[in-house]
Design a protein. Structure first.
Length: 346
């Protein structure tokens, strides 16, 4: 945990753990809430060939990315399964930040370094880059006050970004933002942030990610999913118009000649403890019909919401359960998947 976070004045009901702030949920109707994104870490790719290197490795199209636009993008193995999943941010020319899961950062970096040796670029974990998640009904207003600029100049659509005072502000949903910067840029604003916004536990931030259907990847699920299985195409995290990249042949074949049998669903469950990523799912008469991608508390005792990749026929026809027999209640995703993905093309 970065030493800067120890300067935060936590309310009595909240406390710090290595994974982030824990405690009861803050009022979701608040004007503005924030939390350190301690579950994520940044890999910095820099150099003359940074663009071309990443264009040949990630599933998204780097031509879409600028200081004003980010993309989710997967780094896959040759079989098209996701090794890691990033949000790609470009703070300036020839520099890209790959924001991904902390527990996957070492593996993700090692995989990138396998291919970067022939490029005029470097890839390293940047421990000085830290992030905040900000949300709330007036989050944009509070950020405009913080940075002293018109609210309409802030990014308002998911993926859009703006570079302010050496801080990258990324919109990840309606009234939801990620702020990423070096400690020296973010530290001077921290006192003012605490005066304008209330702290919230990390689980509350993750719940909003889950409810938005945003995919994630953790150590337990690395190499478990092809990108379409996590609905990554809905976030323009897969490009079918650029050249080759690692795993591209398998991913493109599924899109144009295959049939997606295991998409990602949003669900609610009542159980005793938080379902972990990779937790296997089953039906009464069939095992291994899916697995949990990510789960979070809802603020209600014993209730959790989760994203899970599930065999479509079982999700729609049977009761899908956790290993402790707790049944999942499927919820509606905030986006609709292309029905053609599920059609047999043979």
């Amino acid at each position: 945990m970065h030493s800067l976070w120890h300067t935060l004045a936590l309310p009595d009901q909240l406390s710090f753990e290595e994974a982030g702030i824990i405690g009861p949920f803050s009022d979701p109707a608040s004007d503005g809430l924030f939390t350190p994104l301690l579950h994520q870490q940044m890999i910095r790719v820099e150099g003359k060939d940074a663009f071309s290197f990443l264009q040949g490795q990630l599933s998204c199209d780097l031509r879409d990315i600028s200081t004003e636009m980010t993309r989710l993008g997967a780094h896959c193995n040759i079989k098209g399964h996701m090794l890691s999943l990033f949000r790609v941010i470009q703070p300036e020319e020839n520099i890209f930040w790959l924001r991904g899961s902390l527990d996957l950062s070492e593996k993700a970096l090692a995989q990138l370094k396998k291919y970067i040796i022939f490029s005029k670029a470097t890839a390293e974990i940047d421990n000085d880059l830290i992030g905040l998640g900000v949300q709330g009904k007036a989050a944009a207003t509070r950020l405009s006050q913080l940075f002293d600029l018109p609210e309409e100049s802030l990014p308002s659509q998911p993926g859009q970004a703006i570079r302010l005072e050496q801080i990258s502000v990324v919109c990840v949903g309606e009234q939801r933002f990620e702020l990423w910067a070096a400690t020296t840029a973010l530290a001077p604003l921290l006192t003012q942030l605490q005066q304008m916004l209330s702290l919230m536990p990390l689980q509350q931030w993750l719940l909003s990610d889950i409810q938005a259907g945003i995919p994630d990847l953790r150590q337990e699920t690395s190499e478990a999913f092809i990108p379409q299985m996590t609905n990554l195409q809905e976030f323009e995290g897969i490009s079918f118009r650029k050249g080759c990249y690692t795993g591209q042949e398998i991913i493109t074949r599924l899109q144009h000649r295959g049939q997606l049998k295991r998409p990602m669903y949003l669900a609610r469950v009542h159980t005793q403890s938080l379902p972990l990523p990779g937790t296997p799912l089953h039906c009464e008469n069939k095992d291994n019909v899916g697995q949990v991608v990510l789960a979070a508390e809802t603020g209600q005792a014993g209730e959790f919401e989760l994203l899970a990749v599930i065999l479509k026929t079982r999700a729609e026809e049977d009761s899908v359960m956790l290993p402790d027999q707790s049944p999942l209640q499927l919820l509606e995703l905030p986006y609709s998947l292309d029905a053609r993905l599920f059609e047999s093309k043979r």
